[in-house]
Design a protein around this ligand. Structure first.
Ligand code: SAH
Length: 458
């Protein structure tokens, strides 16, 4: 809403210079100190902007023309970059993206964590920052021309039909194109979220980079999957690497992809992949990092920071399917993993068995409840690793870390803001942040993952 006191009004045309970039890739310029956010504008650039939305403390604008271009600007290679909400930074050179992520982490740590002097290393990027995703989740729908499958337009629920995604592994693109072709042939209809009618809602594909195994998951609105046998037969004959074809039923009106009912249509329940030397079984619904190349980089960094000699007891909080735990177990005396999702813990146990790892224990529950219980049982780890979701660690968990007095804490984070908050909490209670390593797990998007090492001061 436009107010009298804002320096710009809706539909104003202004020329402005951009100073900064937000975490979701918008350029930031200021009019008398009042920030205007403009998608696809870069720091150092000057451009003509049309104001599209005005709020009390900030506004949004559309970039109409660039009058001075950043040397870091590149042509986005993806033809639907502007419509699709998946990537935000394709117009910035890859080296520019890595520098931007490092700077962003540095600033957030200083602003929220009061950590002005901590070393933030250069972001570790990928040699080949395209085609890195091992999982695609593609919505299906209907348009006048028939069945479509693609991605949601930025901030909307409109599906843009497409066949190729520049950050997706080629195999996943191939699967989606193929299912679209076969479904069209058999008259299977795409789902329409407005009328809640139609059949096929999503196709989810997972690809094991190392094993080359493929999983195809068909998510439908009801139990019916017309021409099921033909569908399976054609998928199998066209994709010899398919190891698992799964049917999931989601009959709710929801944005959530999966419903509760899952049935294997053909093949195995899981596919396998490796991170380093460790083999993982991955089922349709379990959490598994989407960038396998950088996951290994991230975990190796975590292991290096944990600095294990074989004598240590280690806790891995928020352990998922045990990925980091099994990595740590190779070098530790004993690892305790804790995770809230029961299926993930049952996968973690299977994965331990699959690799013959015996020095781990996994517990289901809220980490902030299980850790105090471990503490009460006398568990005193030498090293604690945490890898929480975006909202960061619960205060009760941080409190328990302080009570346990480990020598080192390794903090793996997908959100710099909550990382900074938690490092400050621990910093005020005797744990010094030594260094932070940003790792680029999601090239061309605004996301950045970090590993921090903290040491107990004595
Ligand atoms: N370390 C794993 C998973 C990290 S993602 C890996 O790298 O693959 C964060 C995990 O925290 C998810 O598996 C999520 O289910 C779990 N989680 C979320 N809240 C939790 C809580 N309060 N207690 C324990 N685990 C939680």
């Amino acid at each position: 809403m436009a107010t009298e006191n804002t320096p710009v009004k809706k539909n104003d045309l202004i020329e402005m210079t951009f100073e900064d970039l937000t975490h979701d890739g918008a350029g930031v310029g200021k009019v008398n100190g009042y920030p205007v956010f403009v998608q696809r504008a870069l720091p150092g650039e000057t451009g003509n902007v049309k104001i599209t939305k005005v709020k009390k403390n900030y506004a949004f604008g559309r970039l109409m023309e660039i009058t001075k271009e950043s040397p870091d600007r590149v042509d986005a290679p993806c033809p639907i970059f502007k419509q699709c909400g998946g990537c935000q930074l394709q117009h910035l050179s890859y080296q520019g993206q890595l520098r931007h992520k490092q700077k962003q982490v540095r600033e957030v740590l200083a602003r929220i964590g009061g950590l002005e002097d901590v070393t933030v290393h250069e972001t570790i990027g990928m040699d080949e920052p395209w085609r890195y995703r091992n999982k695609a989740q593609v919505p299906f729908g209907e348009m006048e021309g028939g069945l479509i499958a693609g991605f949601y337009a930025e901030r909307s629920h409109q599906i843009i039909d497409m066949n190729e995604c520049a950050i997706q592994h080629e195999e996943n693109d191939t699967v989606v194109q193929l299912v679209k072709k076969i479904a069209k042939k058999y008259g299977i209809r795409g789902y329409d979220d407005k009328s809640h009618k139609g059949t096929l809602r999503h196709v989810v594909t997972r690809y094991g980079y190392r094993t080359q195994e493929l999983m195809v998951v068909l998510v439908t609105k009801g139990k019916e999957l017309p021409n099921k046998e033909n569908l399976i037969e054609e998928i199998r004959s066209e994709l010899p690497n398919v190891k698992s074809i799964v049917h999931n039923i989601n009959s709710k009106r929801t944005n959530v992809i999966f419903g509760d009912q899952t049935e294997v249509l053909w093949g195995e329940e899981v596919i396998h992949d490796y991170i380093g030397d460790i083999k993982f079984a991955i089922s349709a619904r379990s959490f598994y990092q989407v960038n396998p190349v950088q996951t290994q980089v991230l975990y190796e960094k975590a292991l290096e920071y944990a600095d294990l000699s074989g004598k240590e007891h280690v806790i891995d909080a928020y352990c998922g399917i045990g990925t980091i735990s099994l990595f740590l177990a190779q070098k530790a005396k004993h690892v305790y993993g804790v995770e809230i999702v029961p299926e993930a813990i049952s996968d973690a146990k299977k994965n331990a068995r699959l690799n013959g790892v015996e020095n781990v224990d996994f517990a289901v529950g809220e980490a902030e409840k299980v850790m105090p219980w471990w503490y009460a049982q006398g568990v005193r780890p030498d090293v604690i690793v945490v890898d929480p979701p975006r909202k960061g660690c619960d205060e009760e968990l941080l409190e328990t870390i302080v009570k346990m007095q480990p020598e080192r804490v390794v903090y793996v984070s997908c959100n710099p803001a909550t990382l900074a908050r938690d490092l400050k909490y621990l910093g005020d209670r005797g744990f010094e942040t030594k260094e932070v390593q940003p790792v680029d797990m999601f090239p061309h998007t605004g996301h950045v993952e970090n590993v921090a090492i903290l040491e107990l001061k004595n």
